[in-house]
Design a protein around this ligand. Structure first.
Ligand SMILES: Nc1nc2c(ncn2[C@@H]2O[C@H](COP(=O)(O)OP(=O)(O)OP(=O)(O)O)[C@@H](O)[C@H]2O)c(=O)[nH]1
Ligand SMILES: [Mg+2]
Length: 179
């Protein structure tokens, strides 16, 4: 516990960057979120093969943000990136009702990994600008988030293309990492 605390502490107040991993199904909007955070731009994306990594500064804190490809064949590789992370961001396409159960399964697999034990979990319910986007309570229920007991988690409704909700999510993350 002391080790975890000191690692996060030095990340927040020292020169070390805070390492964040973004995962979620393909097409969820992970890369769009990364570049919205990094450059404040909505970029044209292609499906990520491998990863993108960029630095993001929020409130004078430096984050190293890893955006991993979410296609089915790439998901087994997510676990290769978990080591030394400070938090996990899970992105879900709020309008992709048909694949909520797949998203739930992938989330559960990640949460079982030893290397992410106890790490804060930030869920971005993306694409809230779409009319068919599901509500917060629908997504919380579909992903069975209330069953998560051994870590801090929060869900934020966001729209990466509109840039809405991302800052609120980071605000939460910074608060959680501080204590
Ligand atoms: N309407 C809407 N579309 C979005 C939003 N965010 C991303 N998209 C679109 O969703 C598609 C997929 O976005 P990506 O960021 O490439 O998705 P990804 O999660 O990185 O996908 P993989 O790299 O395959 O895992 C693109 O056409 C984006 O423009 C959003 O907030 N609203
Ligand atoms: Mg991508």
């Amino acid at each position: 516990m002391g080790f975890v605390f000191s690692k996060v502490f030095s990340g927040l107040f020292g020169s070390e960057q805070i390492r964040l991993i973004i995962i979620g199904l393909d097409n969820a909007g992970k890369t769009t979120i990364l570049y919205k955070l990094h450059k404040d731009e909505v970029v044209q994306t292609v499906p990520t093969v491998g990863f993108n990594v960029e630095s993001v500064t929020y409130k004078n804190l430096k984050f190293q943000v890893w955006d991993l490809g979410g296609q089915t064949s790439l998901r087994p590789y997510w676990r290769c990136y978990y080591q030394d992370s400070n938090a996990i961001i899970f992105v879900v396409d709020s309008a992709d009702k048909d694949r909520m159960d797949v998203a739930k399964q992938e989330l559960e697999l990640m949460l079982e990994e030893e290397e992410v034990k106890g790490l804060p979990l930030l869920i971005f319910a993306n694409k809230q600008d779409l009319p068919e986007a599901q509500s917060e309570s629908e997504i919380v229920s579909a992903l069975d988030l209330h069953s998560i007991k051994n870590r801090q988690w929060a869900l934020f409704k966001v729209s990466a293309i509109k840039g809405e909700g991302l800052n609120e999510g980071f605000e939460w993350l910074v608060d959680v990492l501080k204590y």
